[in-house]
Design a protein. Structure first.
Lengths: 541, 133
């Protein structure tokens, strides 16, 4: 059992007192930012990147893993108690969770969310430990053309499948790719988009870009929408569940896990789609369908399990292929690059101890989160009373410090402000942030694979199609791009709403609410323009 | 004639409201209830919820007291809102609830009641919460 012994080594590394301390810090920070709408794990990790330079990479990644999982837990607390999703993946949880809380069952809702997240996170992490090495074995046989195709697929899928408006998604992706192009050409040494500015020749630092878009953009956005009528938190004691709740929860947990992990692992993953699928499934399978819409525990248990399993699933392509599928994974990929670690299938071979310690710390973080979330949920809700000027002043301070400390040059602060303004504009005009971040981080890597492919084929574009997997992936890309048009045609020809089309319309609902924006669910859900899913509400299945 | 009361959903606030209602009944004057929030945090416990306000409104209607309920969220602190309302409605009386604060807490956070006491132009009735049983 190679996997098992590696994993045990990982536990040995992750359980040293120092690393355990970082795991605790990570889960606490993660829960806090998860609870606060508008802040997310991606932004937190970006802010912490410069601070963690001094740490061992292993310790840093253990902390990041804690933040990632913690954010998933924290989001559900806000969803249930406040009806404002802290994270876009908790949007569905709010539907039933808040109803439960209003009916005086907040304790049970929080308990099933926390325990379900633990169960799903543990199973998901175990699947990650088993699947990732298998994916790696498959991935080492891939050449540049296949990699290029898979990365294109990831970019297009995130841009076109998630989010309500494809146009906005592609605009954001274009911005990201353009930012990624700045600097010296890796092959010919030509300067691109530097405008004669020598300081731009090295390209834009990913830390500066990520901090500007996530932290500065968000701070400006909040400053522009500062005053709002305070919301009511539903008071709650210590979360607990009765026998009946356990009986009704355990199946949704497992089904949610089954939905979440594969979707998280796919290049077009994200946690929004599986949480919604889980909700719809539970609604159909439930023995108490009349309770749905009034606070059914299954509607909390399933989606919460799904989003944590998806979080574990997301780690699979990140660790095995170096392919991030959400904002947090993208920033973690940037962290790998910052630490001088080459992500990709060779990661398991070259950085085995780190990877296994990271996986082990996911188990540990999950367990810690269960421990701190069950008794402390009411305390997390108190964070919401923090006046936002203090909070965002602190974030801006860290953002500035971080951006300056990367290269110790004042020019980075100018970049921080310019890109921060861009981040604000994107929020103002409803552009999703995720495609931009993926474009910045994956853009140069995609370009590298493309150049390699073309060099191998001596500039012949046919080289792009030289591997069967690449061709297969291109076919999938074509289907993704053409499918919506076919659907539109089909719907025009068959106006009668069958069961299938009702499901399809409902499937677009979570992305309408979140607009594919991972960290800014709350603001987006305030908006009223429903994109192309304006008729989604009446499809009652 | 008008009476201004600074209301918060706490025992002190409830006591202030009771006193203000008694005064308004006695003098047959207009009762202005101010419940404000700076609105800079997502959750503010001192901002009364819809149900709370509705029950107060219902009670005042039943007792036949002329009243205005205001919940301004303008980024001002509670003292400023109460003082502004007092000026605007030419208040004859301002009613506030007092609570015990340590000197250190007062130094750090300031005191809403102290600011109202010092700056208002009219008499002020300060009441304390009913002692806990």
């Amino acid at each position: 059992m190679d996997v098992l012994s590696s994993l045990m080594d990982g536990f040995a590394t992750a359980l040293t007192p120092m690393n355990l301390l970082y795991a605790v810090i990570g889960v606490l920070l993660g829960s806090a930012v998860g609870v606060l709408p508008g802040l997310g794990p991606a932004m937190t990790i970006a802010l912490l990147l410069p601070v963690t330079y001094v740490l061992e990479p292993t310790s840093a990644f253990i902390m990041f893993a804690g933040i990632y999982y913690g954010g998933m837990y924290g989001g559900s607390t806000t969803s249930i108690l406040l009806n404002t999703p802290g994270e876009s993946s908790s949007v569905v949880t709010a539907i039933e969770g808040n109803k439960m809380a209003k009916a005086g069952r907040a304790a049970q809702a929080l308990a099933t969310a926390a325990i379900g997240s633990f169960v799903a996170g543990t199973i998901g992490t175990a699947l990650l430990a088993v699947c990732a090495p298998i994916v790696v074995e498959f991935a080492v046989s891939l050449g540049s053309p296949s990699y290029f195709a898979i990365m294109i697929l990831a970019l297009l899928a995130v841009t076109a499948v998630l989010g309500s408006s494809r146009l906005r998604g592609f605009a954001s992706l274009g911005l990201g790719l353009a930012i990624g192009l700045v600097g010296m050409d890796s092959v010919t040494g030509q300067r691109r988009l530097t405008f004669g500015q020598p300081l731009l020749a090295d390209g834009l630092d990913i830390v500066v870009v990520a901090v500007a878009i996530f932290a500065v953009g968000e701070a400006l956005w909040v400053a522009a929408h500062m005053r709002r009528t305070p919301l009511q938190v539903i008071p709650v004691g210590r979360p607990w569940m009765g026998k009946q709740d356990w009986k009704r929860s355990w199946k949704p947990w497992l089904r949610g896990t089954a939905f979440g992990f594969p979707f998280g692992a796919l290049p077009a993953g994200g946690a929004e789609i599986p949480t919604f699928l889980s909700y719809v499934t539970e609604k159909r399978l439930s023995k108490h369908p009349e309770e749905f819409g009034k606070g059914a525990i299954e509607g909390v248990a399933g989606p919460e399990a799904a989003n944590n399993a998806a979080a574990a699933g997301t780690m699979t392509p990140l660790l095995a292929l170096g392919l991030p599928t959400n904002a947090t994974a993208a920033v973690m990929l940037a962290a790998f690059i910052q630490f001088g670690i080459q992500p990709g299938p060779q990661l398991f071979a070259s950085e085995g101890p780190l990877v296994w310690a990271l996986i082990a710390s996911l188990f540990i973080g999950n367990f810690l989160l269960l421990l701190i979330n069950l008794p402390l949920a009411p305390m997390w809700a108190k964070i919401l009373q923090l006046p936002r000027p203090y909070l965002y002043a602190g974030i801006l301070f860290f953002a500035t410090l971080g951006a300056y400390s990367v290269n110790l040059q004042a020019f980075d602060l100018v970049l921080l402000l310019v890109l921060g303004a861009l981040g604000f504009m994107m929020r103002r005009f409803g552009l999703p942030v995720l495609p931009l971040i993926l474009g910045v981080i994956l853009g140069p890597r995609i370009e590298g694979q493309l150049r390699k492919t073309l060099q191998l084929s001596a500039g012949d574009p046919a080289g792009l199609f030289s591997e069967p997997i690449a061709i297969g992936v291109y076919i999938i890309i074509a289907i993704i791009l053409i499918f919506p048009f076919l659907m539109k045609l089909w719907r025009r020809n068959h106006p009668a709403p069958s069961l299938l089309s009702a499901n399809a319309t409902r499937g677009s609902e979570p992305t309408d609410v979140t607009r594919g924006n991972v960290t800014h669910a709350s603001h987006r859900s305030d908006g009223s323009d429903g994109g192309d899913g304006g008729d989604a509400g009446d499809g009652d299945g | 004639m008008s009476i201004i009361v600074g209301y918060v959903p706490t025992p002190e606030g409830a006591a202030a409201l009771e006193a203000a209602i008694a005064e308004a009944r006695k003098n047959k004057s207009l009762l202005v209830i101010i419940n404000s929030s700076r609105g800079d945090a997502l959750v503010d416990k001192r901002y009364a919820q819809v149900e709370d306000i509705a029950s107060i409104e219902e009670r005042l209607k039943k007792e036949g007291i002329e009243h205005i309920i205001q919940q301004p969220v303008r980024g001002n602190d509670a003292a400023t809102e109460v003082l502004q309302a007092a000026e605007q409605h030419r208040a004859d009386l301002v009613v506030i609830g007092l609570r015990r604060r340590t000197p250190v807490g007062k130094l750090i956070m300031g005191s809403t009641s102290q600011q109202i006491l010092l700056e208002a132009d009219c008499p002020i009735l300060a009441v304390k919460a009913a002692p806990a049983h």
